[in-house]
Write a protein that binds this ligand. Structure first.
Ligand SMILES: Nc1ncnc2c1ncn2[C@@H]1O[C@H](COP(=O)(O)OP(=O)(O)OP(=O)(O)O)[C@@H](O)[C@H]1O
Ligand SMILES: [Mg+2]
Length: 309
């Protein structure tokens, strides 16, 4: 006799996430998969080999007994939650898998891997914090560069450096921040728009664009950028699929820009928790949510299927 399949979900609730979660739960039920929601590992404790996490009904769930855990909440991520996510991933299948998710949380680690698989990214450099003369040399070579925190988010902390003097002005601030290393990228000449391509389980799901707002050079919505409808051509989709494959993410949001100098597309970033379209964005015509939910449900169904089922 086979028991019912059961998956755990932790999904963001803002920006329409609560509605996405409801649809997901219904779609999973149609496949005979029961879902337990609100599993924030931040509220869990561990007893020997068991992670005990409270769900949104106030009941404790023994996480190892789940057939799969779907973790999709960037906004409420904590170090403790990530720590337990890492442990849990060794016991049951997690989406995204922890290893790939942790990789894409770091811009340098990701770009290093992408480059070693011959994927085009902006040129980047990394050096020890004591090696600041090297930063000056990069600047002499590139003329313009972007300083990035490797674990940054929403365009925060990104600094465009236009001149050797600007670098000299920035150095005291960087030194004050007690960093272990410096990560910089060549500043790319692009049209201030990007592509966001969603890939689920190796398949193309959606494409939209973002445009920087006002005089800002960053396309992030949190930096004043706006979303627009955009068709993807085969080249962009192929690049996104390869980036998702190399990082190993089951669900990936790949950001791509077009370098006008080199006349080629570059992978700017791979995101492990690409947001669904918000209700406002859906009204604008971003209509991929149902498709994306369907692809995720298909994948969960496949990954939890039992031969005796
Ligand atoms: N090397 C670069 N040259 C020109 N513009 C860049 C470069 N790197 C980033 N940008 C611009 O800045 C924006 C933010 O950069 P990036 O995606 O690397 O960081 P982030 O958005 O803060 O991180 P996350 O997407 O993880 O939240 C990009 O969307 C792009 O518009
Ligand atoms: Mg980004």
């Amino acid at each position: 006799m086979s028991e019912k399949r059961r998956v755990g979900i932790w999904l963001y609730q803002n920006g329409g996430g609560d509605l996405i979660e409801k649809k997901l739960v219904v779609k999973l039920a149609e496949r005979g998969i029961e879902a337990t929601t609100g599993l924030n590992l931040r509220n869990a404790y561990v007893e020997n080999g068991s992670i005990l996490c409270m769900d949104d009904k106030g009941e404790y769930v023994r996480m190892e007994e789940l057939d799969l855990f779907f973790s999709y909440n960037a906004g409420e991520q904590t170090q403790y939650q990530m720590y337990l996510y890492e442990a849990l991933d060794r016991s049951i299948p997690c989406i995204n898998n922890y290893r790939s998710f942790a990789l894409t949380e770091d811009k340098f680690q990701t770009d290093y891997l992408l480059r070693n698989h011959a994927l085009p990214t902006p040129d980047f450099r990394l050096c020890h914090r004591d090696d600041s003369q090297r930063l000056r040399n990069f600047m002499d070579e590139w003329k313009q560069m972007v300083y990035k925190p490797t674990d940054g988010w929403g365009g925060v902390g990104l600094t465009k450096i236009d001149s050797p003097e600007a670098l000299d002005m920035l150095m005291p601030f960087l030194n004050q921040m007690d960093l272990r290393y410096f990560y910089v990228e060549r500043f790319i000449d692009y049209d201030k728009t990007d592509y966001r391509i969603d890939i689920v389980d190796g398949q193309f799901v959606s494409c939209y664009g973002r445009r920087a707002g006002g005089s800002d050079w960053r396309t992030n919505v949190t930096s004043g950028g706006s979303v627009f409808l955009r068709e993807a051509d085969d080249e962009v989709v192929e690049l996104a699929k390869r980036a998702a494959d190399v990082t190993g993410l089951e669900i990936a949001g790949v950001d791509i820009i077009y370098d006008r100098n080199r006349e080629e597309y570059l992978v700017l970033e791979v995101n492990g928790i690409p947001a669904f379209a918000t209700p406002e964005q859906e009204k604008m015509g971003l209509d991929f949510n149902d498709r994306k939910i369907e692809s995720i449900v298909d994948m969960i169904d496949r990954k939890t299927s039992r031969k005796d089922g």
